[in-house]
Write a protein that binds this ligand. Structure first.
Ligand code: MSP
Length: 516
């Protein structure tokens, strides 16, 4: 039954332009959102940027500009990259948005009034890169393992959130809601952390770039409190109650595994304090590495998604990331693996199935769709229905890779059907009705494939849809469009050539890809 579906991503720090890790998360969220729209849900997809904090303050100072000037150059790069990659969000939030800042201040004021936030002196070791206090046990040789620098001693009179008040309730919630933390493998880590999780310092005296603490302009609100609240302010909390009521609670907060703890501990405790229901799920996806190395500026191996999309198309990158990496686990990007997968699955299997069939249709039927011959197409019809069921089952668990595997299984079945039915031989033998039935079966199965691939590779799916000669927009299709028979006999197809050309070695060499 269709319902509402609210999905969010982490909001990215704007200390540098987007990289492939940021892109991975936004692409995955977009695929899920598009899938839910296809299912008929009332979807809201929120993404955006985290513009405040000491991390940004520092890079801006190093460049000799104000933080506001700095983010005004970086944020548009996120927006244009998501546009290029086909990330179709419903709102892009910036934490400097006026509606957000006001709502954050309102939340802070309420927490102080309620006694959930109190003034206290706070000491610790702070990693600006993580925007987080570190305990000794988090460090390797005295350094933050993620940023490779020693955290700085910190001592200030701050406002502190008494998270301890909510620990028991949170533990009970996690126990009672097995889907709250996903994948399952992240749950124990969170439960262990919760055990000793300290109260949280939620303001900063020395940082200037942030939302001012209401009534105490010497301090700004801690960037993580500011950022987490985007999930509610982004759908109207504090400024558009109707939209907020329509979409909250979120079905999924999609975030990387490194920040799952903020989302599974601080965020729910904050929501409890604000008397807002908790989200259904926090999903901690894995990390995209480059080859077998972690991507980092210091290693100089940061992969930038724009260039890949410009040269090979956004859908090639989308497909690679979604198909290559088991969702929830770490995975890796290499140009060689990318080229191999995209050539095999997009150029060969996906594009060719249609191209060769439309070629035969043009030759034998002037491009006009023939009649279905049910006894000839029953096998493909059953296979298409099974595939739709498999996708439905996998997507309910956000098993994106498995969904794509199932769809490409159908594409393989279509290609095998062509080989065993040998339509070219039927043409030669003058068996026109049978030939028509076989071609109908292939084209109708490919119509179903196109609907199923549309959340993952929307542009290529659109090209395929167009060549099938279908008039209604692909984006307007809903799940029931998968019923066999959508392609009408007598309609005209529009062959324009392969939907995805192979990546050739010469091109790869030009782009800096390594030749084997
Ligand atoms: N600003 C915080 C999030 C606040 S959410 C209320 C932040 N920003 S970030 O820019 O560092 O990371 C944004 C998202 O990108 C996070 O979910 C993070 O896990 C993800 N990734 C960053 N690098 C990544 C990879 N190499 N691979 C996959 N995801 C990665 O954290």
């Amino acid at each position: 039954m269709p319902g509402k579906f609210y999905i969010t991503t982490a909001i990215d720090y704007t200390n540098a332009p987007p990289h492939i890790g940021h892109a991975y998360e936004k692409i995955a969220a977009d695929a899920i959102a598009r899938y839910r729209r296809l299912r008929g849900d009332d979807v809201f997809f929120l993404t955006g940027v985290d513009e405040h904090g000491v991390k940004i303050e520092k890079v801006a100072a190093a460049e000799g500009v104000t933080p506001a000037e700095f983010v005004s150059k970086i944020t548009p790069q996120f927006i244009s990259t998501w546009e290029k990659l086909g990330v179709q969000y419903d709102r892009f939030i910036r934490t400097t948005d006026d509606f957000h800042e006001k709502a954050v201040q309102g939340a802070f004021k309420r927490l102080v009034e309620q006694g959930d936030v109190e003034k206290a002196s706070y000491e610790g070791l702070y990693c600006a890169g993580c925007e987080e206090f570190k305990a000794e046990r988090d460090l390797q040789d005295g350094k933050c393992p993620q940023h490779g620098v020693a955290p700085q001693p910190f001592s200030e009179e701050n406002y502190v959130f008494r998270l301890s008040k909510y620990k028991e309730r949170l533990r009970a919630h996690i126990d009672a809601h097995p889907a709250f933390i996903a994948p399952e493998s992240r749950k124990n880590e969170i439960l262990n952390l919760l055990e000793t999780f300290p109260d949280v310092s939620v303001s900063r005296q020395k940082v200037k770039w942030g939302v001012p603490v209401p009534g105490d302009e010497n301090q700004v609100i801690y960037v993580w409190i500011d950022a987490l609240l985007n999930y509610v302010t982004g759908i109207g909390w504090g400024w558009d109650q109707a939209t907020f009521d329509r979409y909250w609670p979120a079905e999924v907060h999609l975030v990387g595994k490194d920040i799952t703890k903020f989302h599974c501990i601080i965020w729910p405790a904050l929501l409890m304090a604000l008397e807002i229901p908790l989200p259904r799920q926090v999903y901690g996806h894995g990390w995209v590495n480059v080859g077998d190395q972690k991507m980092s500026k210091s290693l100089g191996n940061v992969v930038e998604p724009n260039a890949i999309a410009d040269q090979y198309g956004a859908d090639a990158l989308r497909y690679y990331l979604l198909r290559e990496i088991t969702f929830g686990k770490d995975g890796s990007y290499t140009f060689d693996a990318f080229k191999k997968l995209v050539n095999a699955d997009l150029a060969n299997n996906y594009g060719n199935a249609l191209n060769r069939t439309l070629g035969m249709l043009d030759k034998n039927f002037e491009g006009v769709v023939p009649q279905d011959v049910p006894e000839l197409t029953a096998e493909l019809k059953a296979r298409a229905a099974e595939t739709a069921e498999a996708v439905e089952k996998h997507m309910a668990d956000l098993a994106i890779q498995e969904s794509l595997e199932a769809i490409w299984g159908l594409i393989d079945a279509v290609n095998k059907y062509i080989d065993t039915q040998a339509p070219w031989a039927l043409a030669k033998a003058g068996e026109t009705e049978k030939l028509g039935g076989v071609l109908y079966g292939v084209l109708e199965a490919l119509r179903c494939v196109t609907i199923l691939t549309s959340p993952f590779i929307p542009t290529l799916s659109g090209k395929m849809w167009e060549q099938l000669g279908l008039d209604a927009a692909l984006a307007d299709q809903r799940w029931d469009a998968l019923a066999w028979g959508g392609l009408k006999a007598g309609s005209k197809t529009r062959k324009t050539g392969p939907v995805y050309p192979r990546i050739e070695d010469e091109l790869a060499a030009q782009s800096g890809g390594k030749k084997k």
